[in-house]
Design a protein around this ligand. Sequence first.
Ligand code: SAM
Length: 421
Amino acid sequence: PTTHERLSRFLKSGIYRFENSTAIFIDPVRVLNRFYTRFRVSPTAYYSRFFDDDDHNGNSKEETPEAPPDSRKRKRKKEKKPRPLNETELIAQRRHQEVRPLLLKAHETLLGATELLAALKGLRSDGHFTDEECRGSALKREANELNFVELGRVWQSPLYEISLNFDQDQNFTQHGGDQISVPVFNNFVVNNGDNDVEAELLNRNYIIPRKSCFYMSDLKEIHNLVPVECESGFNLILIDPPWENSSAHQKLKYRTLPNRYFLSLPIEQLTHTSGALVALWVTNREKLRRFVENELFPSWGVKYAATFYWLKVKADGQLISQLDLFHHRPYECLVLGYSSQKDVDVVELSGHVPIPDNQVFISVPGDYSRKPPIGDLLLEYVPGSKDCHRLELFARELGAGWNCWGNEPLHFQDTKYILKR
Ligand code: SAM
């Protein structure tokens, strides 16, 4: 395809495939928009950071550890003699040096794609919304969102119901027959229809994509996801755990859990008889990478297959932090492996496409810790993927065709993030 064709495909799909490179650039807003028929993701709400006017809305500085330190700190750092790296840091450094050329090459490819770079600047205002709509969504953003984690803990939580309005021609004030109310916590809430559906909970509205399902609960209840018959297990399991880390900002956003809690996730029981591709987001902490390789995957019975990288750039195409900055790397890893039920060799069974190692995805990050929606890009590597059952664990948003579990899977479904078309 010509450059022009690549760009026009990108503007439709949100996915840009470079010439002569396996790297992929993603616009999460456009990718997510494919989940909706009557709604659209608000680009201004999605891209809350890393666009030029960040400083005006006061978001960027506090949220990005990569913001330049003030001059005093810089001075202090200069005075400090670099101490030699300890053993773990040396291993981390070696790992980084191995992927460094690959990431640099992907970044150079982006910087060489001038048409795409020009389009990046416009991603935050995709022309579908009037200024008034943007102002409206900004106002809604200021209003209070529900805190599902707190709501799920109170004694009344079994009583909270969400109303789904399946009748698209009526709004909530005209109570029609096509509205159902079901418990919102510890329950499977399903939209099996071909259209997205508006839902209401405690005076706030949420959009539930077509063919999606969520189960909102604490980790204690995760066994409820295990299917009664193994035929109905999952073929693709995407996991983004609340790993502990030292970021004070993260502590404000959501609680984290010690690693040992993740050892008992029932991955094998959730796996389909024809096996599953397991994709796990991991930060760059060396101890964590080792925990995943040496303890977590073995305890889940997952066989390591490949590592993908998410390279984070700003709207001008520059990396969000220096590539070699030790504690704030501008990339994260997605570690992939295969899970199978006892005694089954998935790779033999499936006849699927082998996963390439070192695939790089590039995107401008959204909210703190929000990952780009790469789930459906993994479909081609899924064993027995004809009718792929997809599961996301620790989800904060929903997707068409996905089952989503976590203690706040409705978080980004609030209508402050999603607008009417
Ligand atoms: N993938 C998500 C995204 O792109 O927005 C981010 C997931 S975030 C890293 C981890 C999630 O796990 C948070 O939503 C957090 O509230 C949730 N979580 C933390 N402790 C939990 C628990 N005990 N049970 C269920 N979910 C929990």
